[in-house]
Design a protein around this ligand. Structure first.
Ligand SMILES: [Ca+2]
Ligand SMILES: [Ca+2]
Ligand SMILES: [Ca+2]
Length: 455
């Protein structure tokens, strides 16, 4: 953990001195210490009438103790103190603030800080707050930061205004900063933490990261190549899983396939197809820990995208699930593994098929143009007794404009066979027709044809 200290020094200037003088100032005295308590290092013990020198602390607190044990009556002492800004700082971390922060800084100030951290490190500077009188070229008040130990070091930035400067990293173990305010208009100033920084990623072990290492100020983090994700140790990379799939077909596998899946994985695949499509998933390998209960590792398949969508099944063990087809145009496949016992997992293919694209339209003695108000796209094949469109987009909202009556229109699932010779095997696509005006009472057209009946 880093402990930030405010870098600010106290200066004490004696103006009057009239204290009983004794050897070693044993009776009456003023003692000044560099710190916040009675055991802090002493800056001096004073008595008599000689004004002590100006005293300065190395940090932000000064302890002043006056003791009188003689009967001598004198005027005592008076002194003025002031917090000064700037200074040479030899610390590995700390905070730099403009004078008087978070209250407004004073006019006509100039503070210079020279920060030195441990050798072989860089200085990192991270701003917490920044509010310095704004000017286009920062001509009034400003903070200047230089990469090195002096005002001649390369300039990193000359800052003013209300936007926090980006994090700063020096190229060596020193950083030079100067804050300047002019005679008028004062703002809250700035506060920034400094710390020793190293590029962990430049080390031979790449920061311990299995794949990528990203250096940050004061730290670093590991990341992974595309297709991988960070493991629980935040250093190793595991095959990533899950995601949004919008292709019409593809393959999904458990992570690390064909090796055993890792523990503690939770993968969610969301498969989305265009609205007139239905998605089917077919497993060709299946081996998860568990049996019928599926409380350790399992895969769940739902129609819809959310975790409370309609559940088709929860599977585990070695029995390959049947083909599952979504209710509408999206499907959620979720795989979970617990913290122990892994198996090879699964491989599954998903494919999306257009409900409408699988339909043929049969219209007895319908006008082709009437059909086209109902269906668009696809190939129109005109035959003596029916029209076949495939694939088609159906707009059933226009159904009232169709005047097939006393003729009729049927839709067929062509997915099983596209061979016209077996057309007699086609059956109406009940799933669709059930929601259409003909409902489920639709007789098969071949029945109709054979019996010469009309609807
Ligand atoms: Ca100003
Ligand atoms: Ca670092
Ligand atoms: Ca398991």
């Amino acid at each position: 953990m880093l402990i930030y200290l405010t870098i600010l020094q106290i200066v004490l200037n004696f103006t009057t001195m009239d204290v009983y003088k004794s050897s070693f100032c044993g009776y009456d005295y003023i003692e000044v210490r560099d710190g916040y308590w009675k055991n802090s290092p002493s800056l001096g013990k004073f008595c008599g009438d000689k004004l002590p020198e100006v005293l300065t602390t190395t940090d932000s607190r000064m302890w002043i103790e006056f003791r009188s044990s003689s009967n001598w009556v004198g005027k005592g002492f008076s002194a003025i103190y002031e917090a000064i800004c700037g200074g040479e700082i030899h610390k590995d971390s700390g905070q730099i603030q403009s004078p008087n922060y978070p209250d407004d800084y004073r006019p006509s100030k100039e503070c210079i800080w020279k920060i030195t951290v441990a050798e072989n490190y860089n200085v990192g500077l991270i701003f917490q707050a920044f509010e310095i009188e704004r000017h286009d070229t920062c001509a009034y008040d400003y903070l200047e930061v230089r990469d090195g130990s002096s005002e001649n070091s390369p300039l990193i930035g000359h800052f003013c205004g209300y936007d926090k400067p980006d994090d700063i990293r020096s190229s060596s173990n020193t950083l030079w900063m100067k804050f300047v305010s002019d005679a008028t208009v004062n703002k809250a100033g700035f506060a920034a933490n400094f710390l020793k920084e190293e590029d962990e990623c430049a080390k031979p072990d790449n920061g311990g990261c299995e794949q990528r290492c990203v250096n940050t100020l004061g730290s670093f983090k590991c990341s992974c190549d595309p297709g991988y994700e960070l493991g629980p140790d935040k250093k190793s990379c595991e095959a990533a899983c899950g995601g949004l799939l919008t292709k019409l077909n593809g393959t999904i596998t458990t992570p690390a396939w064909p090796k055993e899946y890792p523990s503690n994985k939770n993968c969610v695949w969301q498969v989305v197809a265009p609205s007139q499509y239905r998605i089917s998933v077919k497993f060709d390998y299946f081996e998860l820990e568990g049996n019928e209960v599926c409380k350790y590792d399992f895969v769940e398949i739902r129609s819809g995208l959310s975790s409370d969508s309609k559940l088709h099944g929860k599977f585990c063990g070695t029995e390959v699930p049947e083909v599952i087809t979504s209710q509408y145009n999206n499907m959620r496949i979720e795989f979970k593994s617990d913290n122990t016992v892994s198996k090879k997992g699964f491989r599954a293919h998903f494919f999306s098929v257009s409900v409408l694209g699988l339909m043929g339209l049969l219209c007895y003695r319908c006008d082709a143009s009437a059909i086209s108000t109902l269906a668009s796209g696809g190939e129109l094949v005109s035959e003596p007794l029916f029209l076949l469109l495939s694939p088609v987009e159906l707009n059933m909202k226009g159904k009232s404009e169709i005047s097939c009556s006393p003729d009729f229109l049927f839709m067929f699932d062509l997915s099983e066979s596209r061979d016209s010779d077996t057309r007699s095997d086609w059956s109406p696509l009940s799933r669709v027709t059930a929601r259409e005006p003909w409902g489920e009472q639709v007789p098969t057209p071949w029945e109709q044809r054979q019996h010469g009946r009309r609807v």
